[in-house]
Design a binder for this molecule. Sequence first.
Ligand SMILES: [Zn+2]
Length: 175
Amino acid sequence: MGKRSQFERRKNDAYHTPASVGRSNRGSGKGITFINEVILTDAKECIEWPYYRMDNGYGQVGLHDGMHLAHRVVCEKAHGVPSFPDAQAAHRCGNNSCVNPNHVRWATQAENEEDKRAHGTWEMRMGGAKLSVEIVLDIRSDAAGGASYEALSSRYNTPASTIKKVVRRHTWKHV
Ligand SMILES: [Zn+2]
């Protein structure tokens, strides 16, 4: 199916329920209500999709035109339609079930793969501190507020060289 026909289908779906789908309450259910609330959150922690999940952990939500990936719907509602083709809704946190809008962003497939590798590499103890998305965001926020690498080093029990790489985005580029 070409791009054009997809768009036409989508436009029509806003006004008609295709006979093949039948009448249902999809699109007005708990899932979309949850999404509309979760996109307003400023929570730093992962928010697990509380409804149907596939074996790989991705949540699914029923909209008027069928089932969609929950984190992808969240990404679109929070960050808008992707500006490049074949965009993937990538998790900064590496948690497929997470629908925290602050943990998902549009990425190319290559970037998404890089994110996944980075999670495997960096979610480890470094100098006594387990770096996580939450800690990285805190470190960068503190650095933006004027904290020195040395001050952050003792605050997060992490070597200053590691702090510097995090702040300058030489590591944790995906966050
Ligand atoms: Zn998350």
